[in-house]
Design a protein around this ligand. Structure first.
Ligand SMILES: *Cc1c(COP(=O)(O)O)cnc(C)c1O
Length: 425
């Protein structure tokens, strides 16, 4: 008899998971199905997905409307080469996005995920200057930023333990702190000194997700962007996380006066149902690539560029995002987060409680040194899992990024569980 192995045993034998450390590796939880804001494991145990499965799920899992639209498309056309060919879902999605993206976005370039959306944006900017015959090689970026795990995206992210093994191979990046009233003049001076060399500024607007949901001011970011524009630095707004309602508006750009030259989208783009990425740009950039000279072509294209199923999923997700139901839910989650933040303002173990739209975060203070690898992090992770809530702290930072369909009761249950945890842990 061949012994029947459990899913966990089979997983262990064959799979290398991301972000898994040997000494803390606890068994992954096999998930069998999802419905709305819930995930169900093998035993039928229910988890509230309070982090939208790594910040992607907008309308809930296995949404019937998205499933239906994607299913119909599958029957018609599941994939076609996008060099020399085109299709209706790609055209419709591009037209629709250009209507809602910040003013000045004129062209849509398709890829597969957030990191590739960033790679494409960087290549567009670097080659823009190359094509103009005035090459620039420095990139401006925020300290502690995160733009993905592929080489270029990693190079423009903050340097850390993650990037250490590759440090000698990474780009020439000029790091600046996120702007505050106190530091902005000094930062502007540094940028001015290097501006002839800087091809572009890549930034996460308003919220730095992976850094620990750090938030900065709209007013100072706007001031910084104006300064960069005056220095002729192209602006890449990485909305991979903040896009599609997370900050309370469709894009974080909608809070800002200064509009970017390029925008990166992924995560919530398909409602979190499929890998997909988009880099949009203004005509000024596109036109620098229109030439009789073959060497001025953007030689970049992924096998699954503009996959029709992903395009249809994105169109369906936009339909849902624009409904009153979803917009009301985004407003409700924002209001509930504000209520909880106010309630927690005097709590000694909760530091720096911060909120932007549907994103809520705070630092858990237990006297220990805060670190991504802290014991507290693992304790919190398992505490909430045991109580049917998927929260995945970044070090001692606990955050909520729920799907918009998360009910008022479920959110209250999560807040309530946090309150109990404050006395338990
Ligand atoms: C997640 C993320 C990325 C990378 O996206 P992937 O699809 O994981 O490659 C890039 N930028 C930001 C701001 C992100 O949060």
């Amino acid at each position: 008899m061949i012994p029947r192995l459990s899913l966990i045993e089979r997983d262990r034998a064959a799979i290398w998971h991301p972000y898994t450390q040997a000494h803390t590796a606890s068994s992954p939880i096999p998930i069998i199905s999802g419905k709305g804001s819930y995930l169900f494991d093998e035993q039928g145990k229910r988890y509230i997905d309070a982090i939208s499965s790594w910040w992607v799920t907008l309308h809930g899992h296995a949404h019937p409307y998205i499933a239906e639209q994607v299913g119909r498309q599958f029957d018609k056309l599941e994939q076609v080469i996008f060099a020399g060919f085109t299709h209706l879902p790609a055209i419709e999605l591009a037209e629709r996005l250009l209507k809602i993206l910040p003013v000045g976005q004129d062209k849509i370039f398709y890829s597969d995920n957030g990191s590739t959306a960033v790679e494409v944006a960087l290549k567009m900017c670097l080659q823009y200057w190359y094509n103009k015959g005035a090459p620039r090689k420095k990139i401006l970026a925020f300290e502690h930023g995160y733009h993905g795990d592929t080489f270029g995206a990693m190079a423009v992210s903050g340097r850390s333990a993650w990037t250490a093994p590759f440090s000698s191979l990474l780009f020439d990046v000029l790091y600046i702190p996120v702007p505050t009233l106190e530091n902005i003049e000094a930062t502007k001076l540094v940028i001015k000194q290097h501006c002839q060399d800087i091809a572009c500024f890549i930034f996460e607007p308003l919220v730095q997700g992976s850094a620990g949901m750090l938030m900065h001011s709209v007013v100072q970011l706007d001031e910084l962007l104006v300064h960069c524009r005056n220095c002729d630095i192209l602006l890449i707004q990485d909305e991979v996380f903040t896009g599609f309602g997370r900050t309370g508006k469709i894009f974080a750009a909608d809070h800002l006066v200064t509009k970017p030259d390029l925008v990166c989208l992924s995560k919530g783009l398909t409602g979190g149902t499929m890998p997909f990425g988009i880099t949009s740009c203004c005509n000024q950039i596109y036109e620098a690539f229109l030439s009789e000279d073959l060497y001025k072509t953007l030689f970049h294209g992924h096998s699954f560029t503009a996959n029709p199923l992903a395009c249809v999923a994105a169109l369906a997700s936009l339909d849902l995002l624009e409904t009153k139901y979803t917009q009301d839910n985004i407003g409700r989650i924002d209001a509930q987060h504000k209520g909880f933040s106010a309630e927690m303002s005097d709590e000694k173990k909760i530091l720096n409680i911060r909120q932007c739209g549907t994103i809520l975060a705070f630092d858990w203070y237990d006297g220990s040194h805060p670190s991504y690898f802290s014991a507290l992090r693992n304790k919190l992770y398992h505490y909430f899992l045991d109580r049917g809530i998927l929260l995945r702290p970044l070090g001692n930072t606990l955050y909520l990024v729920p799907p918009y369909c998360t009910s008022e009761e479920d959110l209250n249950y999560i807040y309530g569980t946090i309150k109990v945890a404050l006395t338990d842990l």
